[in-house]
Design a binder for this molecule. Structure first.
Ligand code: BGC
Length: 347
């Protein structure tokens, strides 16, 4: 499957920004940029053959850099790193040494700091890969960027197969021990527009992560039984939710650590579109978009609260500060690997 590359759209910090189109035989089309490795659109035929864009996004890549948008801290469709979600007190300790990180959500850090991987221009290494259906891009995060130790080289490879699965394979290496926890922050709306609370969602997880009132993971692992966090059987998002806050919580997946398997399923009665998320990561963070408030988005739309939901596959939030959680320290002799797949169908 061939991937089409746009002409250079504009330059950001001296590098060209492109948009790449991945299209399969079933009519699924995904547009991805090397700006923030952003999935800008994900078009899927609904049950009647109408094509629906199932992710939130902007018409142009320039809009992802406007200060009005960046001030909303929404991370639409972007890769998030070096460390997804909140790092308590923006502080980490590795081998007895303390590193003070940038604190963009005082006193914590969120999603990698003031200028995370979501707003970097990634380098598309080998355009020959495009002809074999692989879009591979990399980014060098320099030692001390946003406070993290080590030169970290990250690569992301996107591919779309004829079984309608978009696979995101991420790898990273470092020259000093560092902390890493990457995710992709796509907001889905399988209706194509409007609010999301009547989507059906299933998450194969018996336990969720406890949080402090400011949403920082506190180290507790709690049973979902008898709580609103029980998504073991499919239910509508609104069935048990708090309509003011929605969901902003991590779920520990039932599968074996490190094994690629199901993280979540979502379904829209309106379009008949189903999304299945697979990952080799141990948790999925389910966020229903409470803080959205984005003007002038695709086709002039306003994205208000609860107009998209994210399934952020990752290691346990704040694991770097919680020794009982699986380690998120990457050593120079190791390779970080993360695979997530989004599989779509309509019925
Ligand atoms: C976080 C939310 C945050 C959102 C946008 C999610 O991953 O859990 O608390 O508001 O990202 O930054």
């Amino acid at each position: 499957m061939k991937i089409l590359q746009s002409k250079a759209l504009f330059q950001h910090n001296g590098s060209d920004v492109f948009l790449y189109t991945l299209k399969n035989k079933a009519g699924v089309e995904v547009c991805i940029s090397n700006l923030g490795a952003i999935i800008q659109s994900f078009k899927v035929p609904d049950r009647t053959g109408n094509v629906i864009d199932i992710v939130l996004g902007f018409d142009t890549m320039e809009q992802y850099l406007s200060s009005d948008y960046l001030n909303t801290s929404s991370y639409l469709g972007a890769v998030v790193g070096r460390y997804a979600n909140r790092v308590g007190n923006a502080c980490i300790e590795i081998d007895g040494q303390t590193f003070q990180l940038s604190s963009n959500m005082s006193p914590h850090q969120i999603h990698g700091g003031y200028e995370g991987f979501d707003s970097k221009v990634w380098h598309v290494e080998n355009t020959d890969d495009l002809s074999v259906g692989k879009l591979k891009m990399s980014y060098l995060s320099k030692d001390a960027e946003e406070g993290y130790p080590g030169n970290l080289t990250v690569s992301i490879c996107f591919s779309l197969n004829d079984e309608n699965e978009l696979i995101i394979d991420t790898e990273a290496i470092t020259d000093k021990s560092t902390a890493i926890n990457l995710t992709h922050h796509d907001y889905f709306n399988l209706h194509g527009s409007g609010r999301i609370e009547d989507h059906w969602v299933q998450i194969p997880s018996g336990f969720y992560l406890g949080q402090h009132p400011d949403n920082l993971a506190n180290g507790e692992i709690l049973s979902v039984l008898g709580t609103k966090y029980d998504f073991k059987s499919s239910k509508q998002i609104k069935e048990d939710w708090d309509p003011v806050s929605g969901y902003d919580q991590s779920f520990v997946l039932d599968k074996e650590y490190g094994v690629y398997g199901k993280a979540a399923t979502a379904y829209s009665d309106k379009s008949g579109i189903k999304l299945e998320v697979f990952t080799d990561e141990p948790t999925v963070h389910f966020y229903t978009g409470k803080h959205l408030g984005i003007a002038d988005a695709r086709n002039g739309a306003f994205y208000g609260p609860f107009s998209g939901f994210c399934f952020e596959t990752q290691h346990h939030c704040n694991a770097v500060n919680i020794p009982e959680f699986p380690s998120t320290i990457l050593r120079p002799e190791q390779v970080y690997r993360h695979k997530t797949g989004y599989c779509v169908s309509s019925q």
